[in-house]
Design a protein around this ligand. Structure first.
Ligand SMILES: *[C@@H]1O[C@H](CO)[C@@H](O)[C@H](O)[C@H]1NC(C)=O
Ligand SMILES: *[C@@H]1O[C@H](CO)[C@@H](O)[C@H](O)[C@H]1NC(C)=O
Ligand SMILES: *[C@@H]1O[C@H](CO)[C@@H](O)[C@H](O)[C@H]1NC(C)=O
Ligand SMILES: *[C@@H]1O[C@H](CO)[C@@H](O)[C@H](O)[C@H]1NC(C)=O
Ligand SMILES: *[C@@H]1O[C@H](CO)[C@@H](O)[C@H](O)[C@H]1NC(C)=O
Ligand SMILES: *[C@@H]1O[C@H](CO)[C@@H](O)[C@H](O)[C@H]1NC(C)=O
Length: 454
């Protein structure tokens, strides 16, 4: 079905003008965002009879998308609602976010054990946190609450059995010993944990979350995943005590650390230490990921082909840099003009009309590049709606109007390392986690040369 739709879109693209995707006024931005959101939802069938709420078609080989990307999509739609005021999808967001909480209400549903890394769980946790920070409508009282869900994800990741001494600390990529990638520690798993810790600290005022965030940042720096130039590398293996660093750089790592650092900056009332880190990380990010001020997924646009995961990273980059300007306003002059230029390029890749619309991925080509999917739509939706950041209210805390109910004990009773799982098949194993491709054997071969290439 999609095939037909997109074949038509490509035909329509020849010589098409993108007037349909104007971002010239607030009204135009809202209209364009609404269209792109609608087109994004065409990839989702979880609300149809017999389908599973919350997930995009998958996980592979059943469909293109891993479990985490559903969580990322609901976060994108929560931001869409916050920025545009359009609540069309709110009920669907709530249904999806609650369906996937799992038996311990900590976003570790047994169906997805085989593709459940700390990063995958972290993306759902960050979307729950976002709901709390924006006073997204609270679920009925007998259902899990947004803040408690974020606390639960954090607590399962802070559990002692998730922190061993290999590489001097840090979280492993995978949660379960049985998953491929359990022997890998990486920037994104620790970045999600850092990000959640910083946000929970600001929201609740509880210093123990901030302590974990500090400790995680320090570890990521000490092990060299983030270097002195604020470049962030993918990760390394515990068998090598994390000395075999895979130097691939992905924009979602920068984004997740920028947003976390912005929350720490705000939580510490504008401390010099966090201001300096944040400022330099933003500079490095713009330099690496925004050539000519247009978002560019370096590792995959330049050096390899992009997986479905990677095709969604530009969206987090735009959303999280935009939100950072709300809680660290000193960044606005540096970030907002870049996001504006990048968004102009983003919409220039969108094409087609009515039921044949789609957006592309290579924004710096200023034309539809033939690439389409949920990630590509999410990216453009994130970029366009984030143009409204300056008129959106900043994230709340429990002292400034936040109404989500927390539970400091949430996640404490979880199974932690005990997988409640179905038998893991070879196909599942090959599909574990977000960036499997980087750790399946060939990783060093594929990326070894990049350490000098970048
Ligand atoms: C599923 O959601 C889409 C998008 O909101 C909506 O158009 C459609 O009617 C919904 N389908 C069902 C069966 O609820
Ligand atoms: C788990 O899988 C079953 C069977 O396909 C499905 O009914 C259920 O909704 C799934 N649960 C989640 C959380 O995805
Ligand atoms: C492993 O790495 C950590 C952190 O970089 C370091 O402190 C520790 O000494 C290393 N251990 C060994 C055995 O090399
Ligand atoms: C905010 O949350 C913290 C930690 O749970 C709690 O100690 C504090 O009383 C809460 N503040 C308000 C105003 O609810
Ligand atoms: C602060 O957070 C920790 C979890 O990191 C929790 O054990 C403690 O109970 C919390 N304190 C309050 C006052 O909520
Ligand atoms: C913290 O965030 C608030 C918005 O919630 C903002 O008004 C304030 O200026 C920020 N603090 C600092 C030090 O930038």
């Amino acid at each position: 079905m999609l095939g037909t739709r997109f074949a038509a879109a490509v035909l329509a693209a020849a010589g098409a003008v993108n007037a349909a995707y104007s971002i010239a006024s607030t009204a135009d931005i809202k209209k364009t965002a609404a269209d792109v959101a609608w087109d994004l939802l065409q990839y989702y069938n979880g609300n149809e009879t017999g389908m599973t709420p919350g997930i995009l078609p998958g996980p592979p080989p059943a469909g293109d998308y891993y479990w985490w990307e559903g969580g990322a999509m609901w976060g994108t739609l929560i931001d869409y609602w916050k920025l545009t005021g359009d609540d069309t999808y709110n009920d669907e967001v709530t249904q999806a976010m609650l369906w996937q909480v799992g038996p311990n209400r900590d976003y570790k549903p047994p169906n997805y054990t085989a593709s459940l890394g700390n990063d995958d769980q972290g993306f759902w946790g960050m979307s729950a946190m976002l709901a709390a920070e924006n006073n997204f409508p609270n679920p009925p009282a007998d259902q899990p609450q947004w803040l408690a869900l974020a606390q639960a994800v954090f607590a399962t990741q802070a559990a002692p059995e998730q922190h061993d001494d290999t590489c001097g600390g840090g979280l492993r990529w995978q949660i379960y010993l049985s998953n491929n990638g359990y022997d890998y520690k990486n920037s994104i798993a620790n970045g999600c944990f850092f990000n959640l810790g910083a946000r929970l600290a600001r929201y609740t005022g509880n210093q123990s979350y901030a302590d974990w965030a500090e400790k995680t940042w320090d570890w990521v720096r000490s092990v060299g995943f983030m270097d002195d130039q604020y470049k962030i590398y993918d990760g390394a293996h515990v068998g090598k005590n994390c000395t075999d660093t895979n130097k691939a750089q992905f924009s979602y790592n920068n984004a997740v650390y920028i947003l976390g650092a912005a929350y720490m900056y705000n939580y510490t009332k504008g401390s010099d230490v966090w201001r300096d880190r944040l400022d330099k990380l933003v500079d490095a990010t713009i330099e690496t990921f925004f050539p000519n001020n247009i978002a560019y997924e370096l590792a995959c646009e330049k050096y390899m082909s992009c997986t479905a995961d990677m095709l969604s990273f530009k969206g987090y980059l735009h959303r999280w840099m935009a939100t950072a300007t709300q809680i660290a306003p000193f960044l606005s002059d540096k970030i907002l003009p870049v996001l504006k230029t990048s968004t102009e390029a983003a919409v220039s890749t969108c094409t087609g009309e009515a039921n044949q619309r789609t957006c592309g991925f290579k924004w710096n080509t200023h034309a539809y590049d033939g690439s389409h999917g949920a990630g590509q739509q999410m990216n453009v939706l994130a970029a366009v709606s984030s143009l409204l950041i300056t008129s959106a209210p900043p994230p709340v805390t429990n002292r400034t109007g936040g109404t989500s109910k927390g539970d400091p004990n949430a996640g404490m009773q979880s199974d932690h390392n005990m997988p409640e799982r179905k038998p893991i098949t070879t196909a599942d194993r090959a599909g574990a986690g977000i960036l499997t491709i980087l750790t399946v054997g060939a990783a060093v071969g594929t990326f070894g040369w990049m350490s000098t290439g970048i």
